[in-house]
Design a protein around this ligand. Structure first.
Ligand SMILES: [Zn+2]
Length: 186
């Protein structure tokens, strides 16, 4: 067998990083279990340019450079409600989240809208999660953010949301500190 030159192998490695979703066009397959159109995920590219694979049918047959052929799918990674899924078609993902926006309201619709906006923006990873650094206190936080009362568009951490609410009713520094202690069980 002739191995491809190093620059070709490097190009293949660059084109198919780990996690790339592909669809099979043709494979020299003596067992006839690898139909055209089968999809799979690239695990690694070895030094002969062969794609090490995890096919969706459970097979791990490699894609040999110069003999077998695959095409890259226009896939996109979407995180929604804490679950991350790879969707093989950006177009289908666009349509799915557009329908989801139309069929939902309130905070659910907000999540889908955020994902849809990122899809349209061409992001390869889209998520309904907000950055977890609070712009008000600069601390990292977990959980669903609060919407700042000050401008009604900045997302802040739940603690800052509570503090703003307390400030809005004129709570003293002491009261705010006591309530924060109570929330955090100190
Ligand atoms: Zn904060």
């Amino acid at each position: 067998m002739n191995f491809p030159p190093r620059e070709v192998v490097d190009r293949v490695k660059k084109e198919f990083p780990e996690g790339t979703r592909v669809e099979l066009i043709h494979m020299d397959d003596p067992y006839r279990e690898m139909p055209k159109g089968l999809r799979g995920t690239v695990k690694k590219v070895d030094d002969t340019g062969t794609l090490m694979m995890a096919w969706d049918n459970g097979s791990s047959l490699g894609v040999v450079y110069g003999e077998d052929s695959v095409k890259k799918l226009d896939s996109v990674k979407v995180t929604c409600y804490g679950e991350t899924k790879v969707r093989d078609s950006r177009k289908e993902a666009d349509e799915f989240y557009f329908q989801a926006i139309c069929g939902s309201e309130g905070s659910e619709q907000e999540r889908y809208t955020k994902i849809y906006a990122e899809l349209l923006n061409g992001n390869t990873e889209c998520s309904d999660e907000y950055p977890d650094i609070c712009p008000r206190c600069g601390k990292e936080y977990k959980g669903h953010p609060a919407l700042s009362r000050k401008d009604n568009k900045t997302y802040i951490c739940p603690d800052c949301g509570t503090l703003e609410a307390l400030e809005a009713v004129g709570a003293s520094e002491e009261t705010k500190a006591d309530i924060m202690k109570a929330i955090h069980g100190e």
